[in-house]
Design a binder for this molecule. Structure first.
Ligand SMILES: C[S@@+](CC[C@H](N)C(=O)[O-])C[C@H]1O[C@@H](n2cnc3c(N)ncnc32)[C@H](O)[C@@H]1O
Length: 381
């Protein structure tokens, strides 16, 4: 049994990681995908499922960052204990010397302060063990290794997981152009989920940048698998995985092009942003389903009640001269020209957000990269 994983079991333990604040909606998503024994964890949801469920989760989840299978847990409070614990596992039965590995670490511990260093110790233990038993060692390869491993350290608890996804699932394969201060696709999908938008109103991003929110909205509405355009998952490298199941998943879950067409509209005042959005829509294969136009929000008025999602500049990565004045003008525009609509605004600039001058009906704490953010909704009567 490779990595002690009961590959044919319907109840393989799994951990789907996510971004801060998205745990509850990931839980709901995993429930709807049939994952069992769900439990909320720190920036993650744990559960059990068959390997087919794990492939499905990778292919369809809009909110998971990575899906791992835990295969070893032990205690260590020193580098030596960490090394010995990893060395004691039968790595030579699982990984051939000519194969490649990568190790990624997340560390919250007073015993291990440097996550890179902990990953290095684990790597040393694995390659030493295989070299000692086989006379040759696997090499490290960060891009698409044969086996991608995750090391989680929480205080003195060490957990090793096989990373079934490989690269983070925000890499959906459609971002041809990275916009300035673009949202993570996972965070964008979370915002769309929180908005509750279901196609009954137009969906509008008036400051769309490179179009992440628009694409995630369209992918959700037209039931397009989140990873429809992604090239590779780490599990595709494993010979113990049933490739027929994988082919079946890809042919079973297809975009629903028969759905009634809805207005998904993007605007930005910058020509560069317009080009980025258009390129990404093309790459996402939904160019005909989302309309974009160059227009500044000050001149943008919509007659039909809509759902707005906005990621305005925070004055962090994108600087603005008078950030409070800018947010105040957003508020004025919303009050006067968007009656009947609901606006969802994410920003890290809470002081500026107050200048909007509208009472939020919901406040959801999130993180955009390292920035603490609030997603607030405003019902415009
Ligand atoms: C933080 S970026 C949006 C990033 C986008 N969510 C993405 O994922 O790529 C903010 C965008 O707002 C646009 N913007 C700033 N002020 C604007 C205004 N008054 N009207 C329209 N767009 C504006 C900028 O050109 C920029 O593309």
């Amino acid at each position: 049994m490779k990595f002690n994983i009961p590959i044919d079991s319907p109840d393989i333990p799994l951990v789907a990681t996510t971004l801060f604040g998205l745990e509850n909606i990931l839980f709901g998503e995993m429930q709807s995908l049939g994952i069992k024994n769900l439990q909320l964890a720190n920036r993650a949801v744990t559960g059990t499922g068959s390997f087919k469920d794990i492939m499905k989760l990778n292919y369809l989840s809009r909110l998971a960052v990575k899906v791992g299978i835990p295969f070893s847990k032990f205690k260590a409070t020193s580098e030596k204990q960490l090394y010995d614990g990893v060395y004691s596992l039968p790595w030579e039965n699982w990984i051939k010397p000519e194969e490649t590995i990568a190790i990624e670490s997340s560390v919250w511990s007073n015993y291990f302060k440097h996550s890179q260093y902990a990953a290095l110790k684990v790597k040393d233990a694995i390659v030493d063990r295989i070299r000692d038993r086989k006379g040759a060692r696997p090499s490290i390869q960060l891009q698409d290794p044969n086996y991608s491993l995750l090391l989680n350290i929480f205080e003195g608890e060490i957990q090793l997981l096989l990373n079934t996804s490989g690269e983070s699932l925000h890499k959906r394969g459609y971002k041809k152009v990275m916009g300035e201060a673009a949202l993570s696709e996972i965070l964008a999908a979370g915002i769309i989920e929180f908005s509750g938008w279901n196609g009954e109103t137009p969906m509008i991003d008036p400051m769309c940048g490179s179009g992440t929110l628009l694409i995630e909205a369209a992918y959700k509405y037209y039931e397009i698998p989140s990873q429809w355009r992604r090239k590779k998952f780490n599990f595709e490298n494993w010979d113990f995985v049933n490739s027929k199941d994988w082919d079946n998943i890809k042919s079973e879950y297809r975009p629903n092009w028969d759905k009634t067409k809805v207005d998904i509209l993007g605007f930005d005042r910058s020509m560069k942003a317009m080009r980025a959005t258009s390129d990404n829509l093309l790459e996402a294969k939904i160019f005909d389903l989302v309309k974009v136009d160059i227009l500044s929000f000050e001149n943008n008025t919509q007659v039909v009640p809509s759902t707005l999602v906005m990621n305005p500049p925070y004055d962090e990565r994108l600087a603005i001269d008078d950030v409070q004045g800018f947010y105040q003008s957003i508020g004025n525009q919303l009050k006067h020209h968007w009656k009947g609509s609901t606006a969802w605004i994410i920003t890290s600039n809470e002081i500026a957000l107050k200048s909007i001058g509208l009472k939020p009906s919901q406040k959801i704490p999130l993180k955009n990269g390292p920035l603490n953010c609030k997603l607030q909704s405003f019902k415009l009567f």
